[in-house]
Design a protein around this ligand. Sequence first.
Ligand SMILES: [Zn+2]
Length: 260
Amino acid sequence: MKIGIISGTGFLVEEGFKFVEEINLSNKYGSPSSSYKKYLFGDNEIYSIARHGEKHQFPPHLINYRSNIYGFYELNVDFIVAFGAVGGINSLLLPGDFLIPDNIVDWTYGRESTYSDIGDTYHIDFTYPFCPSIREELINILKKSGVRFHPKGVYLCTNGPRLESAAEINAFLKLGFDVVGMTLMPETALARELGICYAAVNIVSNFAAGISKTPLTTDEVVEHVKNNDAVIRFIIKEVASMKRKSPCSCHEAIKNARFK
Ligand SMILES: [Zn+2]
């Protein structure tokens, strides 16, 4: 299988993988955040990209999501697993917990968020934004890992790069959102537009603003990811060794979505 991995803040794919080459792709949407590193893991080919760039130079609102996802399309990956740190809104989600989100709310703005363009109008179905088959695999992997995790939850994507105010988080809590992050949109929708199976693994790095007793810091986010280094490595290796996935309809999303 060909597997795409998007690594987020503090996540790295390295150990135990046989590095093959660095692939520099750019496409009609511009340059991706970084090169795609190709690795072999057993019989699988792994392609990994650093969402924020190798030097973490791209803040969430300036990431070229369209180019990043289009690169995976050109590499013909079977599916993408995206990693990222989130803030916990729902008090059941504690720092250090993992989450496989099952739905998403997009409150970003000003981002290039679709491949649809003049002359190519379509509206993809996005009822269930994440691939059910990959989600199921990820849930099984997290069960095996022994870490505390949540098999579903609503991810709110804010535009950032600032963190949220206490009043915003209080409102988000009332609206039933579980975690807040800044990067899964438009990534998730772009993958669906191209028919690529996509699911996410989030680590709760902190309580969100107003829920946390202390001011939020970037160090806190990186620290929680580092503390869970062994679990993250386990998850990445399990993802990289996936042999198959059950059938799903992600690749058919564009069918019936176009105006004819
Ligand atoms: Zn799928």
